[in-house]
Design a protein around this ligand. Structure first.
Ligand code: GAP
Length: 446
């Protein structure tokens, strides 16, 4: 058996970016036109990884909790929504323009920006004074241009949750405390998209808004911090790469009374992947005011009428996918000098769970029969091209936890070789037990 003598984790983002393009995890959107800044497409492996991550979040946050309901709202909400939420007024970043090269930058992120290429005798930019730039993307609704009205692509997925609060609570017969969750696209016209998918203009969020009595807000704020940290640990992020950081008073978003970021250590430093926010009664009070509807609750026992407080957990799906990709990336120097690149995803999140790799094309019939059986339970890749060592390496790069090889003895002894990704250990197992074996292995924590 080959073993790894030395292992190295990801140091340069460029190595990951090129693997992601080559293997079809993530690559620039509209690549044939030169790409479009801040927009990314997920290929076959990336789409599966993202899907698995979202399914795990939905399982933990919605399905396992009797006190949380899931919804799937429209991306475009009534424009008054964004006035009530404060986004039209407050959702902006300070920006500066360089008068010489005409490039635009975030005024609070000028450290390390590329030098000015248009001035003579200096590479320093000639900046304008900072101005506020609203990050919401606008569109128009209506058949004719004159009659069309401005609408916004949602800047966060939670605002429709507040719009739907009364309807969902009544329909689901929920009582305070309870939460409403959804996963979906959000859009921000970021001034400087950067660090691969980390800061994009179109991205996905998975958000939970948990409504509670004012006397319980601190309890639930603590509770959800614990739950969310446990989730990120389940993704395999070790304590050396995961931390929480409370926001200072002057960092708080306009809606937040308190906030704690969950941060991951990327090659470009500690960065936020999730925010847990105490939003107080900001949203329900404002939507109540702007819509003229009473979004308060009357306690059935005490008859107290109050506006519930909101504890929010808001995780970036793309940022967490990026953290998964960074965390999984491992270069191993094998005995004998060969190196292998292996994506050590947690097994349950791997894009492909099992590859069927017959030793010869002549074994297509039994191999396809096994493939068909396994496809009923797993995402399967069938690969009969090239030598077996190379096929294993391709699956290592895709992060596939198991390869099953049918060989010329399989017809005789009814067994196949199952090879595990991280240890590269191989064992021969009876064909009829392989699906059950894989189910057990894939469900076990990695
Ligand atoms: N509803 C609260 C809210 O949207 P946020 O801190 O602005 O809070 C929450 O965003 C999460 O959404 C962030 O922790 C991050 O993971 C993700 N996110 C925000 N802006 C992003 C961007 N431009 N690109 C990718 N992900 C982003």
């Amino acid at each position: 058996m080959t073993t790894a003598a030395k292992t190295k984790r990801l140091e340069r983002m460029d190595d990951l970016v090129s693997l992601c393009a080559r293997r079809g995890f993530v690559f620039p959107s509209s690549e044939i036109y030169g790409g479009i800044n801040g927009f990314w497409d997920y290929g076959p492996l990336g789409a599966e990884l993202k899907q698995n991550l979202k399914a795990l979040w939905w399982q933990r946050v919605v399905r396992e909790r009797p006190d949380v309901e899931g919804i799937d709202s429209a991306i475009i909400a009534h424009p008054r929504t964004w006035e009530a939420s404060g986004h039209v007024e407050h959702f902006s970043d300070p920006m500066v323009d360089c008068r010489a090269c005409k490039k635009r930058f975030r005024a609070d992120q000028l450290e390390g920006v590329e030098p000015c290429s248009a001035r003579e005798g200096t590479s320093e930019h000639d900046f304008t004074d900072p101005r506020n730039f609203n990050l919401m993307l606008q569109t128009q609704i209506g058949a004719s241009e004159e009659a069309a009205s401005v609408a916004y692509l949602r800047a966060e997925t939670c605002q429709p949750i507040f719009n739907d609060f009364k309807r969902v609570r009544e329909a689901a017969r929920q009582k305070i405390p309870f939460g409403i969750a959804q996963i979906g696209k959000a859009f921000r016209n970021e001034i400087n998209p950067r660090n691969f998918t980390f800061r994009s203009r179109e991205f996905e969020q998975a958000e939970l808004e948990f409504f509670c009595h004012p006397s319980e807000r601190e309890k639930w704020f603590e509770h959800w911090q614990g739950e969310r940290l446990a989730f990120h640990r389940e993704l395999g992020f070790g304590d050396d790469r995961l931390r929480t950081r409370p926001h200072a008073e002057d960092e708080l978003a306009h809606y937040a009374r308190a906030a704690v970021d969950v941060e991951y250590l990327f090659p470009f430093g500690w960065q936020e992947i999730e925010g847990v926010h105490d939003r107080g009664d900001w949203d329900l009070s404002r939507h109540g005011e702007y819509s003229g509807k009473d979004l308060g609750i009357t306690d059935p026992e005490t008859k107290e009428h109050y506006v519930p407080m909101v504890i929010e957990t808001s995780v970036g799906v793309d940022r967490t996918c990026l953290a998964l990709l960074v965390d999984a990336y491992t270069e191993e120097e094998l005995e004998g000098g060969e190196t292998r690149l292996v994506m050590r995803f947690p097994r349950g999140l791997a894009p492909i769970q099992v590859a069927v790799t017959p030793l010869s094309k002549k074994l297509a019939e039994p191999a396809h029969a096994l493939e068909a059986e396994l496809r009923r339970r797993f995402n399967v890749f069938y690969d009969d091209a090239g030598n077996i060592g190379r096929r294993y390496r391709r699956q290592d790069e895709a992060g596939t936890p198991f390869c099953v090889t049918i060989d010329f003895d399989s017809a005789e002894d009814g067994r196949a070789t199952v090879r595990e990704r991280d240890s590269m250990a191989q064992e021969r197992l009876p064909l009829e037990g392989i699906a059950a074996y894989l189910s057990e292995q894939l469900e076990a924590p990695a």
